[in-house]
Ligand binder design. Structure first.
Ligand SMILES: Cc1cc2nc3c(=O)[nH]c(=O)nc-3n(C[C@H](O)[C@H](O)[C@H](O)COP(=O)(O)OP(=O)(O)OC[C@H]3O[C@@H](n4cnc5c(N)ncnc54)[C@H](O)[C@@H]3O)c2cc1C
Length: 372
């Protein structure tokens, strides 16, 4: 017998779980199908930042306030479903590494209206008081609002939370058969069971581009490696995270931290490698030379993030297939954008709220009949 459901979501990463959560909050029935384990894609990153200041100029991110509010609330909500503390509001230091960078950062800071208590300009002396030994040529930013997250652990706890809230999550199942059942319904075959869904959402990260429905989208896969290091002999003397030529994510452990990340546009395998470690060590060397000398590699991880031409996510319904949706392209800001945009999309679906044009799928050209 066929089983009927309102929404079927493919993918158990930040995008998929955030959409499932938002639907469930609105009492809309949904099912998540993940082909591997929860958080086995980019959302398995062992240490990442909620960093509202982006790029070399530390520009305030697009929709930073809304994104931050949504992720912060969500992290606190999910935390009790994990035995380890997977996030902390430990602040973020952004030293300027050279004079020109400092000038541009300061200009940007002075011309931006940051929410109260989010961001402060610091002189070089003040930066080095916060973090002795850090490379800083000329000032920088201190963002007390910065959050550091073990994203993989967050995902595992998020799935537990959702199951408790009544969302069914099927893992280690790669649905081979996905067809349009009627003009507005989708048929998904999972372990011989036929699911008929009113809506099908691809929240499949960089795999999205591999499917015939979405291969026309300009999703650019970028491999990223991060490494976990242990400071030998004594505990770390700082509790904040750092964003400078990549990032140093300081989690809730006294002597280990994550150094991220590489940006590999051409890659031939998905594993971490020694080139990745060397690159990350060099980055750490530039920011904290002493720490680099004293740190030993504990673990290394690699994942693939997705970028788009305007560096913004992609949300929307397929131009040709009714009730077929995509949520991808979260890039390096999955935490900041995931829950906020899931809420935005569910508002769009349920209340016909217009989508922000920057993220709407309509910004890309599609020729009807592309799929065949
Ligand atoms: C090295 C690195 C560092 C990062 N650092 C940060 C950071 O500091 N801050 C930040 O906010 N973000 C960071 N990110 C980005 C963030 O991790 C991503 O934006 C986010 O995880 C993307 O989530 P997603 O759900 O779109 O994709 P994914 O997490 O990749 O999830 C897609 C899921 O879909 C599953 N899937 C694929 N095809 C199918 C199918 N047909 N059926 C069922 N399931 C399927 C996959 O197995 C996968 O689990 C980083 C990413 C990397 C790689």
């Amino acid at each position: 017998m066929n089983r009927h459901i309102d929404f079927c979501i493919l993918g158990g990463g930040i995008a998929g779980l955030s959409i499932a959560d938002t639907l469930s909050e609105r009492d809309i029935e949904c099912l998540v199908v993940e082909k591997n384990d929860i958080g086995s894609g980019a959302s398995g990153t062992p240490g990442g930042l909620v960093n509202p200041a982006t790029g070399r100029r530390a520009k305030k991110s697009w929709k930073a306030e809304q994104g931050y509010e949504a992720i912060a609330e969500n992290l606190y909500k999910v935390q009790s479903y994990s035995s380890n503390s997977f996030f902390q509001k430990n602040g973020l230091l952004r030293p300027a590494l050279y004079e020109k960078m400092a000038r541009k950062m300061k200009d940007q800071y002075e011309n931006t209206s940051w929410p109260d208590d989010w961001c402060e300009w610091k002189t070089k002396k003040q930066i080095q008081e916060i973090h002795p030994g850090i490379t800083c040529m000329d000032g920088g930013l201190w963002l007390p609002v910065g959050l550091t997250v073990d994203i993989g652990s967050y995902m595992v706890a998020y799935a537990k939370y959702l199951k408790k809230a009544g969302v069914e999550i099927i893992t280690n199942n790669d649905p081979k058969e996905i067809h349009q059942q009627t003009t507005d319904k989708w048929k998904i075959v999972i372990e011989g069971e036929i699911i008929i869904a009113n809506h099908l959402i691809y929240a499949t990260g960089h795999y999205t581009k591999e499917t015939k429905y979405w291969d026309w989208l300009p999703i650019n896969p970028i491999k990223g490696q991060v490494a976990k290091f242990k400071k030998e002999n004594d505990p770390l003397s700082f509790s904040h995270s750092i964003s400078s030529l990549g990032y140093i994510a300081r989690l809730d452990e006294e002597d280990t931290f994550i150094q991220g990340s590489t940006y590999e546009h051409d890659f031939i395998h998905l594993n971490p490698d020694t080139e990745g470690e060397d690159y990350l060590r060099k980055r750490m060397q530039r920011t904290l030379p002493k720490l680099e000398e004293q740190s030993a590699l504990v673990d290394q991880w690699a994942g693939v993030r997705t970028s788009t031409p305007n560096y913004k996510p992609i949300l929307g319904e397929h131009p040709e297939y009714k009730n077929l949706h995509v949520f991808s392209g979260l890039g390096s800001k999955g935490l900041l954008f995931g829950k906020f945009l899931a809420e935005h999309y569910v508002d769009h679906l349920t209340n016909k709220e217009p989508l922000y044009p920057e993220i709407a799928i309509e910004r890309f050209e599609y020729n009807i009949g592309n799929t065949d």
